[in-house]
Design a protein around this ligand. Structure first.
Ligand code: MN
Length: 145
């Protein structure tokens, strides 16, 4: 890997454009792995891009996310609340909080996401989880399970 990899149009030299993930309900999301973990820094730094009208998977897990919005606009659910997102906003996703990112209809939503190398698999909501989540009308209207 080169020490410096240049950026053009939300792609980086030597970085592959990947599918978001295997399985799980999502729409219009790509993934680029910018930095892989090494023993001295056991973390992965990814760039996800959600196309206009698309969304990430509604999920939760033990591990944390630190997110920086790099492109466009959208909204997210984090821990029971819906937030507007604009370029350069920061999002912290706590342990076991339900989260989902949605791009605006007319704009992509691109974000950097930092995760630890060692992390648990995401959990998808069960029917019982969805019943609980949907008791909040704002959350019910927002989520795309
Ligand atoms: Mn997640």
């Amino acid at each position: 890997m080169s020490l410096v990899r240049q950026f053009k149009n939300f792609r980086w030299d030597e970085v592959d454009l990947l599918a978001y993930k295997e399985g799980g309900p999502y729409r219009g999301v790509t993934r680029q792995i910018l930095f892989e973990g090494v023993p001295e820094l056991p973390s992965q730094w990814r760039y996800f891009e959600v196309e206009g009208g698309g969304h990430s998977t509604l999920e939760r897990h033990e591990h944390l996310h630190n997110v920086l919005i790099l492109r466009g606009r959208g909204r997210c659910l984090v821990d029971g609340l819906i937030y507007e997102l604009n370029e350069h906003d920061l999002v912290h996703v706590p342990k076991l909080s339900w989260h989902q990112f949605r791009a605006a209809e007319d704009s992509p939503l691109g974000f950097l996401c930092l995760v630890a190398d060692e992390r648990d698999r995401p959990q998808l909501p069960t029917e019982a989880d969805l019943i609980v989540l949907c008791k909040n009308k704002a959350v019910a209207d927002f989520i795309r399970p």
